[in-house]
Ligand binder design. Structure first.
Ligand SMILES: [Zn+2]
Length: 416
């Protein structure tokens, strides 16, 4: 299994920024040249048409254009591969019915990274906060080493990237051999107490069948700032130096927002997979679900998908079952008797007209997610009826122990 670790990088501190930029530009030219040859050379001659075939042309390139000899050769192969990866992504999209054009020639602004694969890199001085990434042909790059690469992981690829903000980042693609991953508990041995249903909420970010809820992250300050910066941009002369500077400022705020959300999602997902043996969550890929419910979650769709993705790969990393369940009707359906009742968004309580079961709206949904997850694993739902859960929560003196999002961020109370 593969996953990524990302670190801020500071090539300025060792004076290798110019060299890094120069190398990225060589790779940009290699990418564009791959595209050019793909368009013009006869694919029947087997010279091009696949990354593997095309990589064989690199020797010829180097003879003709010495600049390509200056790049690390494995990284150069990777750049050729990048073109073919983009090509296959494009045809995937086309197959799904998207309108797509051709792969375009990349100007410098749109090509800002280089990937080293298998060799040509080394991570050094990892004991302190600042580690060093050595990249062949470029040199030593200090990185902010805020977490260690896990012992069971191997670094397969390293990508150095300059963001539009001017900040540099390094992404390590890590591989963990399947036999080095912790084993997930046998389904038959699962205790329902160690299983949890997670409702992806509108009023809460998540609400669990154990009554834990976490608020939405408060980003109002960041969004205020973003609006201010955007207003300021509109007052500047398009294309001027100040305008360009302002654009960088905006990119920076957006990046900060993105980072805060990611950090929040990392902490929550890690907490869930450490705390439970099985985590159940709605499957957002059931087509038409979000549209048909016409709810406020539409615009959060991408954020939820990322959350579920994280949950899934962490399930593998920590040995926890993560199961996506059929999502339709989890809010409407009564967790006690199964009768469906329409609930407008502002109705906070689930109050069943059929059996009289009363509980918080999101709690009801989370019980349904739990029951569906257990069923999916073949465990049935007899052992954990919502009544049992609801009663247990009630005797604890309240529906939920609500955790404000700020606490997750500031103290990491839900685990790192
Ligand atoms: Zn009912």
């Amino acid at each position: 299994m593969w996953y990524d670790y990302r670190f801020r990088a500071y090539p300025d501190r060792t004076g290798v920024t110019a060299e890094a930029e120069r190398h990225i530009d060589i790779h940009r030219q290699a990418y564009n040249h791959t595209r050019y040859e793909y368009d013009t050379l006869d694919t029947d001659e087997d010279k091009v048409g696949s990354a593997y075939q095309h990589q064989k042309r690199l020797t010829e390139w180097k003879d003709e254009w010495p600049v390509f000899s200056q790049a690390h050769s494995k990284a150069l192969q990777k750049t050729v591969e990048r073109f073919y990866d983009n090509l296959s992504n494009l045809s995937d999209k086309k197959e799904k019915g998207y309108k797509v054009g051709e792969l375009r020639w990349k100007p410098p602004r749109e090509y800002q990274s280089v990937t080293y694969s298998q060799s040509g890199f080394e991570l050094k001085n990892t004991s302190g906060r600042t580690a060093i990434l050595w990249l062949s042909k470029i040199g030593d790059i200090p990185i902010c080493h805020h977490r260690s690469i896990p012992d069971n992981a191997t670094i397969k690829e390293v990508t150095l990237k300059k963001e539009t903000t001017g900040e540099w980042y390094v992404t390590f693609s890590l591989e963990v051999e399947d036999n080095a991953l912790p084993k997930k508990p046998d389904v038959d041995d699962l205790d329902t107490k160690d299983c949890v249903g997670v409702d992806l909420g509108i009023n809460n970010y998540i609400y669990t069948s154990d009554g834990d809820s976490v608020d939405w992250l408060d980003l109002s300050d960041e969004y205020d700032r973003l609006r201010r910066e955007q207003r300021s941009l509109s007052r500047k002369e398009h294309g001027s130096n100040n305008w360009e500077k302002q654009r960088h400022g905006i990119a920076k705020v957006k990046r900060r927002i993105k980072r805060r959300i990611e950090d929040f999602q990392h902490k929550l997902t890690t907490w869930l997979v450490k705390e439970y043996d099985a985590v159940f969550v709605e499957d957002l890929n059931v087509s038409g679900m979000l549209q048909s419910e016409g709810n406020a979650r539409n615009k959060q769709d991408a954020s939820w998908r990322r959350f579920i993705e994280m949950l899934e790969y962490k399930g593998d990393l920590y040995g926890t079952h993560v199961v996506q369940v059929y999502p339709r009707g989890t809010t409407k359906e009564c967790a006690e008797c199964g009768v469906e009742t329409d609930k407008p968004l502002w109705v906070r309580e689930h109050s069943c007209p059929s059996c009289g079961f009363e509980v918080d709206r999101d709690a009801n949904a989370s019980y349904n997610v739990l029951a569906r997850g257990l069923q999916e694993l073949g465990l049935g739902q007899a052992e954990v009826t919502p009544v049992e859960t609801a009663t247990a929560v009630e005797t604890d003196g309240g529906w939920s122990s609500s955790v404000p999002a700020s606490r997750v961020i500031e103290t990491g109370s839900l685990g790192a």
